[in-house]
Design a protein around this ligand. Structure first.
Ligand code: RIB
Ligand code: CA
Length: 313
């Protein structure tokens, strides 16, 4: 069976790491490369984390392309308070051996969209800066991408980095606006859906116990972010993991709605908010298929498979 080519744009980040491991472990998909952005932490760290994760997973043949080191217009706060200063829990892991590829993430995506025109699955797990830049370079990109899945937003206004905005969108609202305006239809997995698909910490400990070196690496880099979640929410959530599960197994989406999602660019209190007109009857029109419920058992299955380690390439 032909594996679906996948491009992942990411700001690793602990939950990004789990999502990437899911994609690497999928028997139906082939990860062509990672495009890395600044977001959770700075680009130097997010790029290094991506290379390190692939090496620990035994998949260093997957190229890592560094992208934009800042938002398109205005800098915003990072998420080191969740993921650690280095983005991977500040565990002091041994430096990776590999180096990023020479091509910028936006250019690499455009090249692959030509080579795999009509077949490419694009999954974004961080700010949309790289994707927005690719769109400005080549507005024909959406027509060549089979499916786009975006982790981002808070569709009824329950944010996480501000009371109204979710981190990926709030970090670069202009980039999100460019993407949301250019793409005729994409799947959106927002922060509020993430909160509906949480797990207990005992379950995580069991799943890590089933794995080997890769699971132990993930246990170590996620320790700080799990402690943050325990203090704040009493459960752990993986926003990027849920988005990746939706990307890898769309048939396990149990509930979704098509709506127009727009990004607030102005103001102080609401900048980066993702607005939906919920008063308008659903008519099948809109740029986003908002995922509302995903089969939790299938989500668990992807997490356990990811932590067990990917099959050989
Ligand atoms: O709001 C959650 C998102 O912000 C996730 O992608 C997480 O990695 C952070 O980037
Ligand atoms: Ca992320």
């Amino acid at each position: 069976m032909e594996r679906m080519p996948v491009w992942i744009d990411t700001d690793p980040g602990v939950d990004d790491a789990l999502a990437i491991l899911m994609a690497l472990a999928s028997p139906r998909h082939r990860v062509l490369g990672l495009g890395v952005a600044a977001g959770n932490v700075g680009l130097v760290h997010t790029t290094r984390n991506a290379i390190k994760l692939l090496e620990v997973a035994g998949r260093s043949e997957v190229p890592v392309h560094a992208g934009c080191d800042r938002p398109l217009l205005h800098r915003g706060p990072d998420a080191a308070f969740v993921h650690g200063r280095d983005g991977f829990g500040d565990v002091g892991y041994a430096a990776p051996r590999g180096r990023p590829a020479n091509t910028h993430a936006a250019l690499a995506l455009l090249e692959l969209s030509q080579r795999h025109a009509g077949e490419l699955l694009v999954v974004t797990l961080g700010p949309l800066t790289n994707l927005a830049l690719a769109l400005r370079l080549d507005p024909g990109l959406p027509a060549r991408v089979a499916r786009l899945v975006v982790m981002g937003g808070a569709v009824t206004g329950r944010g996480n980095i501000t009371p109204s905005a979710e981190f990926n969108i709030a970090f670069d609202p202009e980039a999100a606006h460019i993407v949301f305006s250019a793409w005729p239809r994409f799947d959106l997995v927002d922060w509020e859906a993430t909160l509906r698909h949480g797990f207990g910490f005992d379950a995580f400990d069991r799943w890590v116990g089933e794995g080997g070196e890769l699971a132990r690496f993930y246990r170590d880099i996620s320790r700080a972010s799990r402690a943050f979640s325990a203090a704040r929410a009493g459960a752990w959530h993986s926003a990027d993991g849920l988005a990746m599960a939706v990307a890898l197994e769309p048939e396990a989406v149990l509930e979704s709605t098509v709506r127009q999602v727009e990004v607030e660019l102005g103001g102080q209190l609401y900048r980066g908010a993702t607005r939906v007109d919920w008063g308008r009857p659903e008519d099948g029109e809109g740029n986003a298929r908002i995922v509302q419920r995903f089969d939790q058992e299938r989500f668990v299955g992807w997490i356990r498979t990811a932590l067990a380690g990917p099959p050989s390439a």
